[in-house]
Write a protein that binds this ligand. Structure first.
Ligand code: MLC
Ligand code: AMP
Length: 480
């Protein structure tokens, strides 16, 4: 029986020379391919030694580091399910995810161990480890005693590889279940479609708890056996200084806006670059053009989701067409996209409707929510993205809006209903609405509008202060 374990495919793409550099960090550390192989084997052996149930979830809320990537790869290698969590999440948010996913193992930063471990053990976790971004923590201490060889667990194509929490179109956060084949098929398609080649070097400057940084960027480099320049926290000056050593960069639009504000961003700085890719939020046409003028490069915009990984992309190769600003390109090879009206009828070219998708990239459903899963699929098996758009006569897809109540701020999703729920619980509040408004840096940010009960007194700043104590920082409305 062949093994569909995603790790096995990524490992097979490692270069023959295992002592070459795989990852070079912004603090000057170099990790070889052999280091990746050995450390992931040690962590996989550690996980296996815990004798977890098949399909056990490994929930991880840690700062970005190469060791965190190793933990992701080790989880795949051992055959368990990776569950990454945004580092900005606070205790109430983590409590929800952990109670819902019931992870067998939780890994957190040592500074958060005091509040994360009771939440984890209450939800039935067998072990809680720490991992910090300075190569310390109990996970590494324990893994250091484990053998550095490991045979990847045998996985079927539909076995789960990861669960990514997202609110989908409505309601509370749901865990999108992605299989080994969902992720591998997407990585393989993008390798060809984006023309990855020998000698490519990727600047990795995104967080590693979402599709963009964890799958698109990381898998892209690994499946091509390409070196990564690892940027822990996005810093535009640092990224510009690294451009001459790189060939590929991926970012959300906010990163491009911030890079453009650097006077050192010039054609000369980009002389060795092959490809700039943008996604996760709409790239303004002004940014697209300013980038062309300044660097001579045309950003390639693509479209993805937690539930589907990448579904469309502008072309890389000229033979496939032009890269068109304001569009997200064509459905990827093997992926089908259609636009339907409210009555469920297929719409002709250029008419606006709901975007639906089908293909090997589409997830297996929401974790323990069969009802919600059914609601989001059509009777003939297409996934409703909740995005609204059109397909033009040439086949380019354009997103014009969303039917889901969602604000995308700097590439992070903010659900107005969640924030309103917290505001409405505050004494004196009659009702509230959180709306998205344009923002020059984050693209879009939330602003809260609150009406009070007669006689009540509550200042906007007080509302913000209460929210800050309870919610991830990027969700806080910028004004109230
Ligand atoms: C930070 N802040 C934000 C924010 N990020 N506010 C709104 N939206 C955001 N995205 C606020 C913080 O609350 C804080 O406010 C202040 O900015 C400084 O925080 P910081 O952490 O120092 O911010 P910074 O490092 O500058 O982060 C900005 C950023 C980051 C753009 C680098 O947001 C980022 O990495 N975004 C990428 C998200 C991403 O990878 N998305 C992919 C999703 S996958 P205060 O008031 O507390 O000081 C997906 C599918 C697909 O969508 O298609 O790819
Ligand atoms: P997430 O649930 O975090 O994976 O966010 C997915 C959503 O991000 C999609 O449903 C879109 O609304 C949005 N998105 C991703 N890429 C793009 C893009 N290139 N342009 C516009 N919106 C995008």
């Amino acid at each position: 029986m062949s093994n569909h374990n995603l790790f096995a495919a990524l490992r097979a793409a490692f270069p023959d020379q295992l002592d070459e550099i795989a990852i070079e960090t912004d603090s000057g550390l170099c990790y070889s391919w052999r280091d990746l192989d050995r450390a992931t084997a040690m962590m996989a052996n550690l996980l296996e030694g815990l004798e977890l149930e098949p399909g056990a979830r490994i929930a991880v809320q840690v700062e970005k580091s190469v060791e965190a990537v190793m933990l992701y790869l080790a989880t795949l290698r051992a055959g368990y399910v990776f569950l990454p969590l945004n580092t900005a999440y606070q205790s109430a948010e983590i409590e929800y995810f952990v109670a819902n996913a019931e992870p067998a193992v939780v890994v957190c930063s040592s500074k958060n161990f005091g509040w994360v471990s009771p939440i984890a053990f209450k939800a039935g976790a067998k072990a809680v480890f720490t991992l910090d971004d300075d190569r310390t923590g109990s996970l590494l201490e324990r893994a250091a005693h484990c053998p550095d060889e490991h045979r990847a667990a045998v996985k079927a194509p539909d076995d789960l590889a990861a669960i990514l929490y997202t609110s989908g179109t409505t309601g509370r956060s749901k865990g999108a279940m992605l299989s080994h084949d969902n992720l591998l098929s997407n990585a393989v398609v993008l390798k060809t479609y984006w023309g990855w080649k020998k000698g490519d070097v990727l600047i990795h400057a995104l967080p590693i708890f979402h599709v963009h940084g964890l799958f698109v960027a990381l898998h892209g480099a690994l499946i091509n056996g390409s070196k990564m320049i690892w940027v822990g926290k996005f810093d535009p000056k640092l990224v510009v200084s690294k451009l001459p050593e790189a060939t590929v960069f991926m970012g959300v639009p906010t990163l491009y806006v911030r890079l453009l504000a650097e006077s050192t961003l010039t054609r000369q700085a980009c002389r060795n670059m092959r490809l700039f890719i943008s996604g996760s939020a709409p790239l303004l046409i002004e940014t697209f053009r300013a980038w062309q003028d300044r660097t001579g490069h045309t950003i390639l915009e693509r479209y993805g989701m937690s539930e589907t990984a990448m579904l469309t992309s502008n072309p890389y190769a000229a033979k496939d067409g032009d890269r068109r600003g304001g569009t997200v390109g064509f459905p990827l090879p093997g992926v089908s996209v259609r636009v339907r009206g409210e009555g469920g009828q297929d719409l002709p070219a250029d008419e606006i409707g709901g975007i639906e998708v089908r293909g090997p990239n589409v997830f297996k459903g929401y974790w323990r929510m069969p009802e919600k899963t059914r609601e989001e699929f059509t009777a003939d098996g297409w996934f409703r993205t909740g995005d609204v758009g059109l397909i033009d006569k040439k086949g380019y897809v354009t997103i014009v809006g969303r039917s889901k109540d969602l604000i995308i701020s700097g590439g992070y999703n903010v659900y107005p209903a969640e924030i309103e729920g917290y505001i409405n619980e505050m004494p004196g509040v009659a009702e509230s609405a959180v709306v998205g408004v344009p923002h020059p840096d984050f693209g879009e940010v939330g602003v809260a509008v609150v009406t009070l009960k007669p006689g009540a007194r509550l200042l906007g700043d007080e509302v913000i202060a209460v929210l800050k104590a309870r919610l991830a920082n990027f969700k806080i409305p910028k004004r109230c």
